[in-house]
Write a protein that binds this ligand. Structure first.
Ligand code: HEC
Length: 84
């Protein structure tokens, strides 16, 4: 996760999107497009096709989806939601 954490924090408000709350997580194609092909390059999101394979990116997406579910469960068990 060291590549992504340089610019993205997880579950901490920051300038860059919290990846565990990204709608893009739901789509392998959209995620790959951003991370490997640089769809958001003009917005400042680097592309990683020289550093990461498609398998790596799938693993990252899986990790983030896991974290997203954990955060969701925690909020639900707390009896309130930090989501808008
Ligand atoms: C050089 C800084 C930087 C690094 C390193 C970086 N990102 Fe980003 N990323 C950004 C910025 C800036 C945006 C916001 C672009 C925008 O505003 O549309 C972004 C947006 C995204 C989005 C879209 C989120 C959304 O909801 O729109 C995804 C997915 C993403 N990054 C994944 C990754 C992954 C996975 C990694 C590690 C492989 C990574 N990023 C590493 C800067 C970075």
């Amino acid at each position: 996760m060291e590549y992504c954490a340089r610019c993205h924090s997880f579950a901490i408000p920051a300038i860059t999107p919290d990846l565990t709350r990204s709608p893009v997580l739901g789509s392998v194609e959209a995620f790959n497009g951003i991370v490997l092909q640089g769809v958001l390059a003009s917005a400042g999101m680097a592309k990683f096709n020289d550093l990461l394979s498609e398998g790596d990116v799938l693993a990252i997406q899986g990790y983030l989806t896991d974290e997203a579910w954990k955060a969701y469960e925690t909020e639900r068990l707390d009896g309130h939601s930090a989501r808008q």
